[in-house]
Structure formats: structure tokens, C-alpha cells
Design a protein. Structure first.
Length: 145
């Protein structure tokens, strides 16, 4: 398995252990992880701390030239908010663990020139599906339903 997807899965598991939603993300530049994050909406009472947003926040402020060399990994297909952040910073590549439990605006992101790769990772799928089955109302809140 890809070491960077594995790091995102570790973040997702960390979020679950904290009582949150098991979605994780890492930002990779030049073969190194520069930011890690996991969904922290429940833990922090946040409206916006999805995994990708937490990851970008933890990566810290960077010049545009760095984002243009980055790859964003997420265990789950990024939602409109998180996809928008990736588009804003012109991150050229997004690698997704799975998109069966939720599919963000992948076609739109692709239409703007971003390389989007879906790995259909079984561990990502099972972790998310198990959470959704046990916590449907928390999940629906997270995706704005």
C-alpha cells in the first residue's frame, strides 16, 4: 500500500479513537509529508475541520509555489469545501482512498485540470461504512444533510 495513504489511514484511526469521524488526510510535497490531519468537527465543535482542512491548517502557511508541487491524500473523496481549498491553492493532484461511501465533486475538480485518482481501498471503505452504519445522524451532519 502507498505509504502516504497509510499515513492518512492512521490519521483517520486517530480521529476515530478521539470520538470523531474516521477520515484522514496528508499533504505531500517533494515526497515528504508536510501536513497531517483528521476530521475534528466533533472533537472541536467545529463547522469546518474536515480532515483535509485540518491537514492544510497543520501544514501551515506556505507560498503558492509549494502547493503547486503538492499531492493531497484523503481516505475519503473530498467534499465541496475541501475540494475548493485544494482548487484555491492549485494543488495539482488528489489521491482518494475511497469514494463509495461519499463522492465529492471529483468530475468538477478534474475539469479544472487536477489529477484525481481513486484507489478504492477496502480498509478506507470498511472503516467509513462501519462508522456510517453506527452513527448515521453524525455522518449526515458532517456532509450537510
Amino acid at each position: 500500500m502507498d505509504q502516504f495513504l497509510q499515513a492518512a489511514i492512521e490519521e483517520a484511526k486517530k480521529g476515530l479513537q478521539e470520538g470523531g469521524i474516521p477520515i484522514g488526510s496528508v499533504l505531500v510535497i517533494d515526497g515528504k509529508i508536510v501536513g497531517r490531519g483528521h476530521n475534528r468537527r466533533l472533537q472541536d465543535g467545529s463547522a469546518i475541520l474536515h480532515a483535509e482542512m485540518d491537514c492544510l491548517e497543520n501544514a501551515g502557511r506556505m507560498p503558492a509555489s509549494k502547493y503547486k508541487r503538492a499531492t493531497l491524500y484523503s481516505t475519503l473523496s473530498p467534499c465541496s469545501m475541501c475540494s475548493g481549498a485544494a482548487l484555491l491553492y492549485k494543488i495539482p493532484k488528489i489521491i482518494i482512498g475511497e469514494n463509495r461511501t461519499f463522492k465529492g465533486p471529483e468530475e468538477y475538480v478534474r475539469s479544472l485540470g487536477v489529477q484525481v485518482e481513486v484507489l478504492d481501498n477496502q480498509e478506507c471503505f470498511e472503516m467509513m461504512q462501519k462508522f456510517i452504519d453506527k452513527n448515521p445522524s453524525l455522518w449526515n451532519e458532517d456532509i450537510g444533510e
